[in-house]
Design a protein around this ligand. Structure first.
Ligand SMILES: [Zn+2]
Length: 128
């Protein structure tokens, strides 16, 4: 099973495959935004560029999924929602990569998980 890539997210997935951690920055009002969209939700212009940001943030929330993501797996897994340190208006989701459960507000950093040459995923682990 692979993530569904659409028109707006295709370039972002390509950059993640190259282990780049980027969000969009509006060229008009400067808003950092994620997930990728053509138009800025603040000022509605369509001029923007990719901007590298720190691959760090804080745990905002999480779930423990008991629904297998891949056929043949049965272990429950944790998906965290992370508010980005450099872009507090943006949240990203990813698998939790630690033995201990996440804690609200916990500082975290991104971990690129390479699936194949065309696909990497962004997961999260506690920041030292
Ligand atoms: Zn804007």
């Amino acid at each position: 099973m692979r993530p569904v890539v659409d028109r707006d997210s295709a370039e972002w997935w390509k950059r993640v495959a190259g282990h780049e951690f980027v969000v969009q920055r509006c060229d008009s009002c400067g808003t950092l935004r994620f997930p990728a969209r053509v138009y800025c939700h603040r000022c509605r212009t369509d001029r923007w560029h990719w901007e590298p940001v720190s691959p760090t943030g804080h745990v905002e929330s999480w779930i423990v999924s008991h629904q297998p993501f891949l056929a043949g797996t049965s272990e429950p897994y944790v998906v965290v929602m992370v508010r980005l340190a450099d872009a507090p208006g943006c949240v990203m989701y990813g698998n939790w990569c630690a033995e201990d459960p996440p804690v609200a507000g916990q500082p975290v950093e991104a971990v690129f998980s390479t699936v194949d040459e065309d696909l990497s995923l962004i997961n999260w682990r506690p920041r030292e």
